[in-house]
Ligand binder design. Sequence first.
Ligand code: ATP
Ligand code: MG
Length: 590
Amino acid sequence: MRASKLFVQTLREFPNDAEAMSHKLLVRAGYIKKLTNGVYTYMPLMQRVLTKVSNIVRQEMNRAGAQELLMPFVQPAELWQKSGRWQVYGKELMRMKDRHDNEMCLAPTHEEVITSVVDGVFTSYKQLPVNLYHIQLKFRDEIRPRFGLLRGREFIMKDAYSFHTSQESLNAEYDNMATAYTRIFQRCGLETRMVQSDSGAIGGSVSHEFMVLTDTAVGEDDVFYCEKCGYSANSNHAVSKLIDEITDGGFEKLETIDTPNVRTIEELSKFFNINQNCILKSVLYVASFADDAKGQKVPDMPVLVMIRGDKEVEETKLMNAVGALEIRTATDDEVVQYLNSERGFISFKGIAGKKVQVLFDNSACGMKNFVIGANEPHKHIVGFNFSDITENDVKDGVKFYDISLVKPGETCTECGGALKVTRGIEVGNIFQLGTKYSKPMNAVYTDENGKTHPYIMGCYGIGVTRTAAAAIERYHDDFGIIWPLEIAPYHAVVVPVNTNDEAQLKLAEEIYQKLLNAGVEVVLDDRADRAGVKFKDADLIGYPFRITVGKSISEGLVEFKQRKSADILKLTPDEAVKAVADAVLALKEK
Ligand code: ATP
Ligand code: MG
C-alpha cells in the first residue's frame, strides 16, 4: 500500500469527547470515525486490525473443535419472550417494530437464537456435544458509551455456544474454551488473567472473565487477586474473609445519644472517638424489578442495607441478592417517605411495620457494642448488639448476605493471604449456563432410553473490537499506538526522507517490493511531505517497524527502527528487509 493512496486522515489534536487513551488514539490516527454515540465506522486501518483479531479467534476456535456459523442481527421478540428475557433485559435491549407491527430487537447476544437453531437439528444424545460460534455485530444501548471501542453500542463479538448431555461434558468444554481463550489473547500479543465473575444478564452459575490488566486502564473493572494462591475475581464477585472478624465499640451500655448534625461515618467516628468498623452503617436503596409473568408492573421496593462502617456496598451483589433489575440510592425525600426519618440518622429501628427489606452484609456479623442510627433525627444508639434487635425492628429475623466490596489488604478466603487490587478490561467471558435457556424454551434432546431432557449449555464471548482497543490501552506512548506485531494493520512502513531525491525514492521502492515479496504487509510513505510529518504519522499509526531511506544511502545504509524501542540501527537494505521478514515469519509459525 502506498501512503498517498491510503484512505486515512490523521488529526493534529485528540478529539475532545474522548477520555480513554485508546479512543483518543483511534480517532486521531484515523482508525475509526464516529457516526453517532457509540457507533463507529471501522476505517480501512481498523478493519485490518479487526480482521487479524477475528482470524486468530477463528483459527483457535476451529482448533478447539468449534464450528462457525452466522446468526441474524435482527431478532423477533417472540424468542426473547420464550426465554423470559424480553421482560428482564432492560434498556440495553434495542426494541423496535416492523411494518406489520411485530416486535423485534437488535441482537445484544445470541443465546435465544442458537437454542432455537440447535433445537430440532441435533435431537439425539449421539450427536452431542457440539460447539457453534460466530463473529457478528451486537447492539447494546449502553447508558454511557463513552470509551470508544471499549464500550460501544454497536460492536463486534465472537460468541460460542455449546450443547451437552451432562455437566461433566460441559465442564470439559468449559476448560477447553478457557485454554483456547488463553491462546487467543496470547496470539493477539495480550497477557490476560482469568478471574471469577458475576454472571449478569446472561445468567447461569459458573463464569470467568478474561481481563487485560492495566494500571492506566479506563477499564471499568477492578480485579482482586491473591499472589499467594492465585485466587482472582472481579470486584462484583470477589469475597474476603470477614465472617470471623470481631470489632467491639467498647460501649458499656445500650443508650440513645443526641448527635446533632453528626451524620457521616467519618463524623460519627470522630464524635465517639471510635473506629469506623464499630459503626453499623445504614444505606437506603430503591430497587426496581422486571414486569411479572403476566406483564404487570412490579412496584419499586426500598432496600435498607446494613454494613460495617468501613465497608462499601457492591451494587451488583446487592442487585443479585434482591433479584432486582436496577438499584439506586434513595433520595432525601424517599428516606423521609420510607423510613419517616432523616438521612444521617436512619436504621432499622422500629421499621418492621414498613415495607422495607432489610439486608445485613457479612461484614456486620462480628460487630459488638456498636453504633447505629436511632432512626430519629439527630440521634444515634450506642452499645448496640444483634441481640437487641426486636420484632419491631426486623420482621423476618436478621439475614446476612455477601453484598460488600472487598478492600485491598483484606484476607483471602482460600489461603489467608492478603488480597490486592488492579484495574482490568474484560475482553472475554465464559459461562456455564446449564439449562437456563433450554428449559424455558423447551429445547430438548433424546437420551439412550428415548427420554427427553433440556440441553445443558455453555456460552463463550470475546469482544473483538474491545480486544483491539484494550491492546492500545496496554501499548501506547506519548506519540501514538504501539501495536503488537500480531494485530498491527501493517507490519512495516518504508519512509523515503526526501521524495525529490531520485536515489532515495528508487531504493525505498526496491525495499518495499522486497518486503511485499517476503509476505510482509507494508506501507510505502511516498507522500511529498516533510520527513518529520511522516515520522509523526508512523508513530501515531503504530507500525511495528520503520525503515527510513535517507542520506546514509551514500554509505549503503538505511535506518531500521522498531516502534517499541527508541534505538535506531543502521543496516544495509537487505539486512533491514530480513529483520522484518524474519519477525513476520516467526508470527506465522506461532
Ligand atoms: P460489560 O460488563 O463490560 O458490559 P458484559 O459482561 O455485559 O460486558 P458479555 O455479555 O460478557 O459482556 O460479552 C462478551 C464480551 O463482549 C465481553 O467480554 C466484552 O469483551 C465484549 N463487550 C461487551 N459489551 C461490549 C461493548 N459495549 N462494547 C464493546 N465490547 C463489548
Ligand atoms: Mg461479561
